[in-house]
Design a protein around this ligand. Structure first.
Ligand code: GLN
Ligand code: ZN
Length: 720
């Protein structure tokens, strides 16, 4: 039995990738130091692979993103110097960035309209020459094309065929290559599958063994997949549970190798080695040649549990990337008859983190517990009486610029050189200033600014029981950017109020209404590693109940508007649409559970996502009073979506794209509002930026908000 691993995190155990790259960006190191720094990381990854597994790819290393590198190899983009390369990633005309499947990684999207392909360069070939080991790694042609922009539906096949010709040129000299084709797990149409078959035929005559990897879900067209002229097929048996049933039904071709993804690249719980070895046995009775591998690339995991000071009982249940490599070895050993090999790996952590009382509370929830007694129309009347807001009320989404000073204070507090009392005093000072700032700007509904939060999920994870946070377990989000997903390991409960103090303080400073600010259950789960011993909806309802208590505390403190952010509502949706009804059922329910409140309290939600059309009905199932969304980048479409469902609640269309440093003019913003008013009534219309202002500077924030408020006043005058 051979082992095969791929996708090892390039970020590095101590985020060496980030340090080297960003030092170069800051001109603190030279180009040759950049190159040798990156080479050291790559060397380290390759030797880690070598220590643990038989087979692994070469060429996965990238200076920023592998989809961009693919575009470069195909001649769609080019560069000569690192600076030119980074221009493509983060310069003025950088490629657009978007989410990679249902993960939290973002890739750079190529625009393909009207371009031709050519084999302009060959990264794996250079890397192979340099390191002399590994199997040349490529993102497969179908996945690359499917995830690019500007590909006409009618022209898709034609383009795929021409693209595949270029791939032939890229791979024909190799003995063996790795193709990652995660897009094969999407719900593909018959003509797409036919196009794949026709395109892959081009590889037939070559003397190259292709190891084709699919992951993140099961493949719906196994039989067709078997017809492709590839040597090995990788299937994900962890995130694509259906793969096992399907393969039992249709078997596996004798002339191919099955690469069985059995250790999870997406979540951190240790693989049950005995049961994985048993699955491997079962698979070996179906497929003649089997290799054991990870399921999904390992870069969705931190590098290693070494040096992490989590509770021993929790730590002993966890595997990060390096530990996953070890698990591959263990599975192989047990499979080959050494039943003792894995002794001690799967420890029983007892009832650590478990709480029967909370479990009972969840199982006793009744349908009625998820529903507000007063319908929106009535709530709306009551709330308008209380809030007395003008037409086109203005507000912001929550966070305000987190500047150098704030980051320095926070770091000092963490290190212990600033006392908690002094840190809190500092945050209070920031709130004082922000209230004054919002008054000067003339905004209508205020926020406290979220200065005490680095991350909208980690902040709550630190306050809730049953969720652990780590010291250095970063995973990559995009480019050099990493974040530390919290670990939901037990029943989630709220030992004490989490956010009331700051918001209450902010409210005490002003006559204007200050919004309370919470992160919703779906988003907390989506950006954490979640436990798998109970259904995800139970975790969601546990968090929902914690937030409901927080909402009650806000009400007791006199807070009249509460925003519950569900930034990940769309992103957390399963890859296959057939699984959507089940997902959105609990996703909407846990939001509603969180937001159970007095009818007088106005509940807002916020989502930063632009294509709402396909989920608009599911958004409507969330019983909020007002939703603020991103609209600047996709104006018209969103309005159509909301018109379609006859949306009668309030909506805050983001008129300022906060992802760009540009200051929006009054005219730009007015255009967004004007075309929206064709579909939405002016009484229901809020004016706000499209997301939090955490990453912006104060000067641009001030200038933009001035324009925003001026616009609101102007419209009020004209349309009253
Ligand atoms: N309230 C959060 C903020 O303003 C929302 C962030 C988000 O949607 N990503 O930062
Ligand atoms: Zn947002």
């Amino acid at each position: 039995m051979q082992t095969y691993a791929y996708g090892f995190p390039r970020l590095g155990e101590n985020r060496e990738f980030k340090k080297v790259t960003e030092s170069y960006w800051k001109k603190a190191i030279s180009e040759s130091e950049l190159k040798s720094g990156l080479k050291a990381i790559e060397e380290n990854t390759l030797s880690t692979y070598e220590n643990y597994v038989d087979k692994f790819p070469i060429g996965e290393m990238t200076m920023y993103d592998n989809m961009l590198d693919t575009a470069i190899m195909l001649g769609l983009k080019s560069y000569n110097t690192p600076d030119e390369y980074y221009e493509l990633c983060r310069g003025k005309d950088a490629l657009e960035m978007t989410k990679w499947f249902n993960t939290n990684y973002h890739y750079l999207v190529s625009e393909i309209e009207g371009v031709g392909f050519k084999a302009a360069s060959n990264k794996p070939k250079c890397k192979l020459a340099e390191f002399n080991k590994g199997i040349p790694y490529f993102i497969g042609p179908f996945t690359f094309l499917k995830l690019s922009k500007g590909v006409d539906k009618e022209k898709f096949k034609e383009m795929l065929l021409s693209l595949t010709n270029t791939y032939v040129e890229l791979i024909h000299e190799f003995e063996e290559v790795q193709f990652d084709e995660p897009a094969f797990v999407l719900e593909l149409e018959a003509d797409e599958i036919a196009a794949i078959k026709e395109a892959y035929k081009k590889f037939e005559g070559l003397n190259v063994k292709i190891n084709l990897f699919t992951y993140y879900e099961a493949v719906d067209f196994l039989k067709d997949l078997y017809e492709l002229p590839v040597a090995a097929i990788g299937l994900d048996f962890v995130n694509g549970k259906a793969n096992l049933d399907n393969i039992k039904k249709v078997g596996f071709p004798e002339d191919k190798t099955l690469i069985a993804g059995l250790v999870d690249g997406r979540n951190i719980w240790r693989t049950d080695i005995t049961s994985a070895a048993a699955t491997l046995k079962e698979l070996s009775s179906i497929a003649k040649n089997v290799i054991v591998s990870n399921a999904a690339p390992l870069y969705h995991l931190p590098v290693t549990i070494e040096g992490e000071d989590l509770d021993e009982r929790l730590l002993s249940k966890i595997s990060f990337a390096k530990e996953r490599l070890n698990e591959l070895k263990l599975i192989k050993d047990v499979f080959e008859g050494n039943s003792e090999a894995a002794a001690g790996w799967n420890k029983d952590a007892g009832d650590y983190g478990l709480n029967q009382q909370i479990k009972d509370k969840i199982s006793n929830l009744k349908d009625g517990d998820f529903i507000k007694n007063t319908p929106y129309a009535q709530r709306n009347k009551m709330q308008r009486e209380i809030l007395k807001l003008p037409l086109f009320p203005t507000t912001t989404i929550g966070s305000y610029p987190q500047d150098k000073e704030l980051r320095a204070k926070r770091a000092a507090f963490r290190k212990g050189s600033l006392s908690e009392a002094d840190y809190k005093e500092f945050i209070k000072g920031k709130i004082d200033n922000l209230i004054k700032f919002q008054e000067d700007m003339g905004l209508d509904v205020f926020v406290h600014g979220e200065f005490e939060r680095t991350d909208m999920v980690e902040f709550f994870a630190q306050k809730l029981d049953g969720i652990a946070t780590t010291k250095k377990a970063f995973i990559i989000s995009y480019g050099t950017r990493g974040y530390r997903p919290p670990i939901i390991y037990g029943e989630v409960s709220r030992p004490e109020p989490m956010t009331i103090e700051e918001v209450k303080y902010a409210q005490s400073l002003t006559e204007k209404t200050v919004k309370g600010m919470l992160t919703g259950p779906v988003t907390i789960i989506a950006w954490s590693f979640n436990r798998i011993d109970i259904p995800v909806e139970e975790v969601a309802y546990q968090i929902g109940l914690c937030l409901q208590d927080e909402v009650k505390d806000y009400e007791a403190a006199g807070i009249k508007i509460i925003q519950i952010d569900e930034a990940a509502y769309r992103e957390k949706a399963p890859i296959k649409k057939k699984d959507w009804p089940k997902y959105f059922d609990w996703a909407a329910k846990c939001f509603n559970l969180s937001s159970i409140s007095k009818p007088q309290t106005q509940i807002h939600t916020h989502m930063c996502y632009s294509e709402f059309g396909e989920i608009i009905d599911y958004i409507c199932r969330m019983d909020f009073d007002c939703i603020t969304i991103e609209a600047t980048r996709s104006k018209g479409d969103i309005i159509k979506d909301f018109k379609k469902v006859n949306f009668e609640r309030q909506i805050g269309l983001g008129v300022w794209d906060i992802h760009s440093p540009a200051i929006p003019s009054i005219e730009d913003m007015e255009e967004v509002v004007r075309c929206s008013l064709e579909a939405l009534s002016k009484e229901n219309f809020w004016i706000n930026p499209d997301c939090g202002l955490k990453t912006r500077d104060w000067p641009e924030t001030e200038a933009s908000l001035k324009n925003l408020v001026t616009l609101a006043k102007k419209l009020r005058e004209e349309l009253k």
